[in-house]
Ligand binder design. Structure first.
Ligand SMILES: [Fe+2]
Length: 178
């Protein structure tokens, strides 16, 4: 099976809920991509959004990890796998979307806006970045898109909205291949 068909089949078959939320991981990623499209993002960023939590599909049991208070590093797992197939512009924001959360969490207003599940995972991910770490992150090529991805990610947890199907993203995925 080629990578695009494999991704599509994972989206369709994986019914796990996004940790602490009422939407599945598949729905959550599709919603993130839909928000990116609405914000007139580049195709690269839309594709990053669509695949940003793909690492959760690869991890054996994400819920169990949370219960055991272990960070599964889903951003690295997704990145390491997807970089074999997709452009750098697509996979780098995936790698950095957790760092982006840690960057944004320096602001109290942002921290307070996080869901309870997200506050718990923030702690496991190492908490908010300090000044020096933040400066380092700002220098990265994909800093801006990583922050954008994270902001779309945050609000992509709604139920009862009209959803696109993963099939509708097949061409977009194909165009972002290496
Ligand atoms: Fe996410």
């Amino acid at each position: 099976m080629n990578i695009i068909d494999k991704i599509i089949s994972n989206f369709i078959n994986n019914k796990s809920l996004y940790i602490g939320e009422k939407v599945t991981i598949s729905e959550h990623m599709i919603q993130t991509a839909m928000i990116a499209e609405k914000s007139k993002s580049s195709n690269n960023l839309i594709c990053s959004c669509l695949l940003h939590d793909y690492g959760h599909f690869i991890l054996e049991d994400p819920d169990k990890l949370v219960r055991k208070k272990i960070d599964g590093k889903h951003e690295d797992i997704g990145y390491e796998y997807l970089k074999k197939f997709f452009k750098k512009e697509v996979v780098e924001p995936i790698k950095y979307h957790v760092l982006a959360k840690r960057y944004l969490a320096k602001e109290k207003k942002y921290f307070d806006s996080l869901s309870e599940a997200s506050k718990i995972s923030l702690k496991l991910q190492g908490g908010a970045l300090n000044k020096k770490e933040s400066k380092e992150f700002e220098k990265k090529d994909f800093f801006k898109n990583s922050i954008k991805l994270r902001k779309f990610d945050e609000v992509a947890k709604r139920t009862g909205i009209k959803m696109k199907s993963i099939i509708e993203y097949k061409d977009l995925l194909n165009f972002q291949l290496l």
